[in-house]
Design a protein around this ligand. Structure first.
Ligand SMILES: Nc1ncnc2c1ncn2[C@@H]1O[C@H](COP(=O)(O)OP(=O)(O)O)[C@@H](O)[C@H]1O
Ligand SMILES: C[C@@](O)(CCOP(=O)(O)O)CC(=O)O
Ligand SMILES: [Mg+2]
Length: 389
């Protein structure tokens, strides 16, 4: 039997980086997913390897399970029901298993994702042969939470084939997990995110697991019910960056200027709470929607200013801000910044012609624009008898 899992990416409307330091943030799932298929070989396959196929990158990795067992010094069995952090020694051992795979230089960022794969796989299934195939609609390393979507989809698929969750295998199509299973997926995914981000807040894996829109602070999520249409233009500057390095740089600045940065993080906390209040407050008519949109635009500008204070903006981000401002539109970075993706609020009454013009101007700079559905589904799984390709 094969299990398929999918998990969405996300946008952060307010609070990135500050959320790592205990401030509130607001995030929403988007309708772009990472998919993982997982299957154990049959005895007839005579296959003793663990395989990871990153299909859209055209990369395949393979380890004899005996080799993994030897390098990881046989951690022994561990209950999948209690997520575990990867120790320093095991991280080092995983790095050696990843290094021997000769990842192309230009894709060296994948190493941490592959380590996370090996850690989650061996923690939940030990040294059993299997094949995992990954595809993703999300750009990797661009602020849309591809790392979290990868860890959530992977944890969901691994748990589906473990004894820790009870599922209806006869169900056709995508199905959701129950609350306890979602909590378990989220906890394992967080352990994977730690291997990719270093010090994640947990907001990305949480919104990818549960979907919708959430307010998140110190590991606690509150669901947000939107009471207004929310349309965002997502522009990918295509400037590569690495969340782990950016999160570390903000922490270093916070160590150098503790008092100033505490004020910045407190201001972000207030902004995120304002954003959540506006999104949830009832609207009576078009005028009320316009007022709410204007406030959100102002708060996005304030967020972006504070992200600049944290040192995570970039000339490409500033270029998008300047370009959209010509059309009186507000833009902020989303995710870790340093390049990657930015959000521009598209007010309800904005004409389609203006949207087309902005997109044309941004695309002429070499950026990529998309309008994704916001606040949709979280992780889901499906079973099939068909084999992987
Ligand atoms: N589909 C995927 N397959 C393998 N690794 C992935 C995948 N998606 C994400 N990753 C891992 O996550 C890293 C990107 O994460 P990150 O820097 O946090 O950016 P973001 O989460 O915004 O996309 C990649 O370099 C890789 O290690
Ligand atoms: C910067 C941060 O707030 C979000 C990072 O998101 P992304 O990996 O850039 O999609 C880090 C975190 O919350 O773990
Ligand atoms: Mg990430």
């Amino acid at each position: 039997m094969e299990v398929r899992a999918r998990a969405p990416g996300k946008i952060i409307l307010a609070g990135e980086h500050a959320v790592v330091h205990g401030s509130t943030a607001v995030a929403a799932a988007i309708d772009l997913y990472t998919y993982i298929s997982l299957r154990f070989p049959t005895p007839q396959d005579n296959d003793d390897t663990l395989k990871l196929h990153l299909k859209d990158l055209d990369l395949e990795f393979s380890w004899p399970v005996a080799k993994i067992k030897e390098v990881l010094l046989d951690m022994g069995s561990h209950p999948a029901s209690s997520p575990l952090s990867c120790s320093f020694e095991t991280t080092k051992a995983l790095v050696s298993l990843v290094e021997e795979q000769n990842i192309p230089e230009a894709k060296s960022g994948l190493a941490s994702g592959i380590s996370a794969f090996l850690w989650l796989y061996t923690s939940i299934h030990g040294y059993k042969p299997a094949k995992a195939v990954v595809t993703s609609e999300l750009p990797l390393g661009s602020g849309l939470g591809s790392s979290a979507a990868f860890c959530v989809a992977l944890s969901a698929a691994l748990l589906a084939l473990s004894d820790s969750v009870k599922l209806d295998f006869s169900h056709q199509g995508w199905q959701m997990y129950g609350d306890n299973e979602l909590e378990l997926v989220n906890k394992w995914a967080f352990e994977g995110e730690k291997m990719i981000h270093g010090k994640p807040s947990g907001i990305d894996n949480t919104v990818s697991t549960y979907g919708n829109m959430i307010k998140f602070r110190s590991g606690e999520l509150t669901r947000i019910k939107t009471n207004m249409p929310l349309k965002m233009l997502i522009t990918n500057t295509k400037v590569g960056r690495n969340t782990k390095a950016l999160v570390a740089s903000v922490s270093e600045r916070a160590v150098r200027y503790p008092s100033a940065m505490t004020s910045v993080f407190n201001a972000v906390d207030s902004i995120s709470n304002e954003v959540a209040t506006i999104i949830q407050s009832p609207v009576s008519d078009d005028l009320a929607i316009t007022e709410k949109e204007e406030k959100l635009e102002e708060l996005m500008e304030m967020s972006q200013g504070l992200l600049q204070c944290m040192g995570v903006s970039h000339s490409s981000i500033e270029n998008v801000i300047r370009t959209t401002l010509k059309y009186k539109l507000s833009t902020k970075l989303t995710g870790a910044g340093g390049g990657g993706c930015v959000l521009t609020l598209l007010p309800t009454l904005l004409s389609g012609t203006v949207v087309d013009k902005v997109i044309a101007e941004l695309e002429a700079c070499g950026y990529q624009c998309l309008i994704a559905g916001i606040g949709g589904r979280g992780m889901e799984i499906s079973f099939s008898g068909s084999s992987l390709t």
